[in-house]
Design a protein around this ligand. Structure first.
Ligand code: PEP
Ligand code: MG
Length: 574
């Protein structure tokens, strides 16, 4: 029995024989003095074959996983036909008189490096698409067999260097019980697809994955990243018990799809989704999220090579608004801190998290502000729009923002553009806003508490620094008092309050926020059904008493103990 550990990518437990995929990360031999014409014609033929194969994959994926997932293959066709890449490959074959497959590999490496050097995790992962397309091309040119995963007809766990989107789309969950990869992260395609197919996945296992021989018995737990090779009888039993528990939890969660979010005693609230792109909306809809509580628009900027235009932004906002009947909270650009752009030079600062970030930067860069604000105003007619401003520290800043929206509304109306209704609110993530919550509440339409930043600024502990991570204390009464103050003051002014930081998805805090009367919990889609369940098992009156108790405590530990007691007394499972 051997144990390996990887990153959790898609939860669930599986036991099956390993199916080890041939290593896709191969190197191609360079051949000099080739017949150039012959190589060019091989390249042309391979392009045609690859196009046919990709279109076929698109068709099967659309049938199996839906149109949205199939669109990845449109991107593959675009990569395949990318004129710049094609030109560079052809030029290399002609100039250096080398074999087509070596030229494809060399040029692909250059393009892959460009994506890998991007700061944004999502864009980094797009390197996998270039790799997928160019590996296909190389295999066709060199006549290497492309493994057909649709032929798998017995239960297996796939073990691979990485699963390309085209490989993932061939997986039949009836036989493929899970997969394990050497590389990859939480935003890679294979991970996203695994969650859609609801099969367990573990990624980023590293070189030790090579210890897995074909046909070994594998146990995997996607929720912990644990992999056991050739397990003992005892471990198998232990995993089977875990599996039964997990399946029960999932079955229970599923019963909360399409249900209202309501407490045990009938008090209504909302669980909304945090999204980073138009694509993420699909996951939110699949768990019947009560709207979008945070659309982080910075990913539109981080994924681009230059400032996204008004039209490009409008397209993204419009798509999200049109796809849901609920309110969509779109947050204006939150760049700076740890999020940078390839095409913009931020000033060098000692403490970027306390520096030129989000609205501070936008108020200073009028063109960037106007482009986004105009796109948002234009989008207002397509659904229920709420605009959220990050990193507001003072009333003056908010009034300036409000003034800009008013000015741009007039400008757009003069251009004949129709503007719909929209709400304008702020992220509460700086303690100065908590201190003046009653005053802010009069000016805003809503407040959304960004607990990730509010925690770091409250405890003065950098959220990226491991050495002060002990100060990440979400159960500390100080932060809970802050949250309670914001909710209470906004309610006094008749405004609604959300939490869109990670704490909204923390099940142990759900009864606390119910007790405080939180109007919207916004979180990643994968947590929605569980939080909806905990809320449904919570009695609001009892939760209010819990809140008065914990706000009077002194330490995190005391709060945790009190909350645990609540879960036990009310028979709520975590
Ligand atoms: C937050 O700070 O809690 C938040 C939701 O914003 P971000 O994590 O994007 O800074
Ligand atoms: Mg924040």
């Amino acid at each position: 029995m051997k144990k390996l550990l990887g990153k959790q990518a898609s939860s669930g437990i599986a036991k099956a024989k390993s199916f080890v995929l041939s290593y896709n990360n191969f190197t191609v031999k360079k051949i000099d003095n080739v017949n150039v014409e012959e190589q060019l014609s091989k390249l042309t033929d391979a392009n045609l074959t690859a196009e046919k194969q990709i279109l076929k994959l698109r068709e099967t994926t659309a049938k199996k996983l839906g149109e949205e997932k199939a669109q990845i293959f449109d991107a593959h066709i675009q990569i395949l036909k990318d004129p710049e890449m094609q030109l560079q490959i052809e030029t290399m074959i002609k100039n250096e008189k080398i074999n087509a497959s070596f030229a494809i590999q060399t040029i692909a490496e250059i393009f892959k490096q460009i994506f890998l050097s991007m700061d944004d995790e999502y864009m980094k992962e797009r390197e996998a698409d270039i790799s997928d397309v160019t590996t296909r091309l190389i295999k066709i040119v060199d006549d290497i067999e492309i493994q057909d995963l649709t032929l798998i007809n017995e239960p297996v766990i796939i073990v691979a260097y990485d699963l390309t989107p085209s490989e993932t789309s061939q997986l039949d969950p009836k036989y493929v019980k899970g997969f394990i990869t050497e590389i990859g992260g939480r935003t890679s395609h294979s991970t996203i697809m695994a969650r859609t197919l609801m099969i367990p996945a573990i990624v980023g296992v590293g070189e030790s994955i090579k210890k897995i021989e074909p046909n070994s018995t594998i146990l995997m737990d996607g929720s912990t990243g644990d992999i056991i090779i050739n397990p003992s009888e005892e471990t198998v039993i232990e995993f089977e018990e875990k599996e039964i528990k997990f399946n029960k939890k999932i079955e229970l969660e599923k019963t909360f799809i399409d249900k209202e979010t309501v407490s045990k005693d009938g008090w209504k609230t909302k669980v909304a989704a945090n999204i980073g792109s138009v694509h993420d909306l699909e996951g939110a809809i699949s768990v019947s999220a009560d709207g979008v509580g945070l659309f982080r628009t910075e990913f539109l900027y981080m994924g681009a090579q230059s400032w996204p235009t008004e039209e490009e932004q409008l397209e993204a906002y419009k798509t999200v608004l049109e796809k849901t009947e609920h309110t969509v909270v779109i947050r204006t650009l939150d760049i700076g801190g740890d999020k940078t752009l390839n095409y913009y030079k931020f000033p060098k600062e000692e403490n970027p998290f306390l520096g030129y970030r989000a609205i501070r930067m936008q108020l200073d860069n009028k063109e960037v502000l106007e482009t986004q604000f105009r796109a948002l105003l234009k989008a207002s007619i397509y659904g229920k729009l709420a605009i959220n401003i990050p990193m507001i520290a003072t009333i003056d800043e908010f009034l300036k923002v409000k003034g800009e929206f008013k000015r741009l509304e007039i400008e757009l109306e003069a251009e004949g553009v129709k503007i719909g209704e929209y709400q304008l609110g702020i992220m509460v993530e700086i303690p100065s806003v908590v201190a003046l919550a009653d005053k802010f509440a009069k000016h805003v339409d809503f407040m959304s508490i960004g607990t990730n930043d509010l925690l770091q600024y409250t405890f003065a502990a950098d959220r990226m620094s491991p050495s002060v991570s002990y100060l990440y204390q979400p159960f500390n009464p100080s932060i809970l008092r802050f949250i309670n103050t914001v909710i209470t003051e906004s309610h006094k002014a008749g405004k609604w309050t959300a939490i869109c930081g990670e704490l909204a998805g923390e099940p142990m805090l759900a009864p606390v926020f119910v007790g405080m009367g939180l109007d919207e919990f916004s979180m990643s889609s994968s947590s929605i059904l569980n939080i909806r369940r905990v809320i449904s098992e919570t009695d609001k009156n009892a939760a209010s008493l819990l809140v008065s108790d914990i706000l009077d405590l002194e330490t995190e530990e005391e709060v945790k103990t009190r909350i645990n007691k609540f879960f036990v007394e009310h028979n709520i499972n975590l």
